[in-house]
Write a protein that binds this ligand. Structure first.
Ligand SMILES: Nc1ncnc2c1ncn2[C@@H]1O[C@H](COP(=O)(O)OP(=O)(O)O)[C@@H](O)[C@H]1O
Ligand SMILES: [Mg+2]
Length: 243
């Protein structure tokens, strides 16, 4: 059973009595342990797709199945619960709370889940150590670089032991070298823990390091490429030529 199945996913927004077809019948499956990139021009529906997949928004039509569960049939409370138990989020702007330390930011999602406090703290420590932030746990976001802040955000996305991590341009605010480092970290977590990743990026070099590249165009699924391992650019180019 796929971790995520989008079935005819459609989202229309109405703005000034105009209908914007942000997503148009997108169907795809993401298997457990996959590392998939979503690419496409600005306005192609990437954020809308991720927000629907992350149960932050309900589609106009179509279905989102998480580990086989048809989430459209659930009420808001059940959706919120499923979201907090199964899904981790990483955003472009890091979204850390400025008054909290790195440790406290990582622990934040557990506040609402009633998880054991001590076990959560221990897990946060391990995650921050894995992110290379052992010496920075007590620092506030303003005392950290962009790359360090995003590593805190990655640790936060993993604190609830999600099966699926969704990232909306998580490398969008940092320089190329830092972006490479963040991607390597996520790939390592994916390899070692089998957490499924679905990451939006506009950077095709970064996307080429995923297992799979999902292309959106005007709200439609334009191409769905498997990247051969090891993820060389030549491999992607060959696939692009076929598809
Ligand atoms: N809340 C909204 N209201 C109206 N239109 C929206 C809203 N959010 C997004 N859109 C429109 O939907 C389309 C897809 O947007 P989005 O999913 O943000 O694309 P992307 O993330 O690929 O840039 C765009 O045309 C955008 O202007
Ligand atoms: Mg977007």
């Amino acid at each position: 059973m796929p971790t995520l199945r989008l079935e005819g996913l459609t989202k229309h927004y109405v703005r000034a009595s105009q209908v914007v077809r942000a997503l148009d019948a997108v169907t795809l499956e993401i298997e457990q342990g996959e590392f998939a990139a979503v690419v496409g021009r600005s306005g192609s529906g990437k954020t809308t797709m991720l927000d629907c997949a992350g149960l932050l928004m309900r589609p106009t039509a179509g279905r989102v199945l998480l580990d086989g569960v048809d989430t459209g049939r659930l009420g808001e409370r059940e959706r919120a619960e499923l979201r907090s138990r199964r899904i981790g989020f990483i955003f472009q702007e890091f979204n850390l709370l400025p008054t909290l330390s790195a440790m406290e930011n990582v622990l934040l999602p557990l506040r609402y889940s009633g998880a054991d406090h001590r076990a959560g703290r221990r897990r946060a420590e391990v995650l921050l150590e894995e992110m290379g932030l052992a010496e920075r746990m007590g620092h506030r976001p303003a005392e950290l670089s962009g790359g360090q802040q995003q590593r805190v955000a990655i640790a936060r996305s993993l604190i609830g032991e999600p099966t699926l991590v969704l990232g909306d341009e998580p490398m969008g605010e940092v320089d190329t070298e830092t972006a490479e480092m963040l991607l390597s970290l996520m790939r390592r977590i994916n390899r070692e823990s089998r957490v499924t990743f679905l990451i939006v990026t506009h950077d095709l070099d970064l996307a080429a390091r995923a297992d799979r590249i999902i292309h959106l165009r005007d709200g439609r699924l334009d191409a769905d490429q498997r990247v051969e391992r090891p993820g060389t650019r030549a491999g992607v180019a060959a696939l692009a030529a076929v598809g």
